[in-house]
Design a protein around this ligand. Structure first.
Ligand code: SAM
Length: 252
């Protein structure tokens, strides 16, 4: 059944009105109308089977027929600090890490960031990324979309508070002593959250690596190849997914 998203489902009211791009997609692209059913999701992870009551003046009114169980969230929370990349690459990171279960993406500017969105343009970029994350959440049937925070600086991100016991890593292609596998295997069962920083096209500056270490981050290698930043972020998401996913047992 098709899935659509609203910011908040007022479950107590029994019905919801949907406007904007979601309503246009329902009525104009899919030509759905009264009596048709779909799944409605919201940002908090609520999920209902709904039936269309009316589609007047571009607004779709639906009745909440029954609540649906949400798919299980990953047992490990993944936060990715991603240096802002050129448009297509950043869109790819947002889309693919959303499919792979990232909880929050923190875009940041660092010394070698090539793309530096102006202050007055940043909110628009973040809105675009949030729209990409919502679309990828619907497509991958996640319980809720990831949060995309405002663009910040590398320095501020190093100081941002994260849940106790979060494993903090910085992906560094010049790291020779520590690889992601042994780092995760030795710590993941204790820390139920991973915060990973991924650099820009030009990489992290040496001073940034040492400042990250002083802030408790462990430089970690993904292997001998030099990956594009978007490849590194997606590979990281896939590995965390692999390491933390436990198939639902049939008898549960
Ligand atoms: N020094 C790189 C070069 O020579 O092209 C530039 C950085 S790389 C294109 C972009 C980012 O991807 C890096 O800052 C790092 O965070 C991550 N990365 C790429 N390859 C990696 C690897 N083998 N291990 C860990 N991180 C890697």
């Amino acid at each position: 059944m098709r899935r659509f998203f609203v910011e908040k489902i007022p479950a107590e009211e029994g019905s919801v009105t949907i406007a904007g791009s979601e309503a246009r997609h329902i009525t104009r692209v899919l030509r759905m109308g009264p009596g048709d059913r779909f799944v409605l999701l919201d940002r908090r992870g609520l999920r209902f089977q709904v039936v269309i009551r009316s589609t007047e003046q571009g607004v779709v009114t639906v009745f909440l027929e029954r609540p649906l169980p949400s798919p299980p969230a990953s047992p490990v929370q993944l936060f990715i600090g991603q240096a802002v990349l050129k448009s297509g690459a950043m869109d790819l990171v947002i889309q693919k890490t959303t499919e792979l279960g990232v909880n929050t993406i923190h875009p940041f500017i660092s010394q070698r960031t090539v793309v530096r969105p102006r202050e007055d343009k940043r909110a628009k970029r973040v809105k675009r990324w949030q729209d990409i994350a919502i679309a990828a959440s619907k497509q991958s049937d996640r319980s809720r979309p990831p949060e995309i925070t405002a663009v910040t600086t590398f320095t501020e991100l190093l100081q941002r508070p994260f849940p106790e016991e979060t494993l903090k890593i910085i992906l560094w292609e010049e790291e020779e002593g520590r690889d992601l596998k042994s780092t995760l295997r030795s710590t993941l069962d204790r820390s139920k959250a991973v915060l990973a920083l991924v650099g820009p096209e030009g990489g992290f500056a040496p001073g940034e690596i040492s400042r990250a270490q002083e802030a408790g981050f462990r430089p970690v290698s993904l292997g001998p190849q030099i990956l594009r930043a978007e490849t590194a972020a997606i590979a990281l998401g896939a590995v965390i997914n692999y390491e933390s996913f436990t198939p639902k047992r049939k008898d549960t």
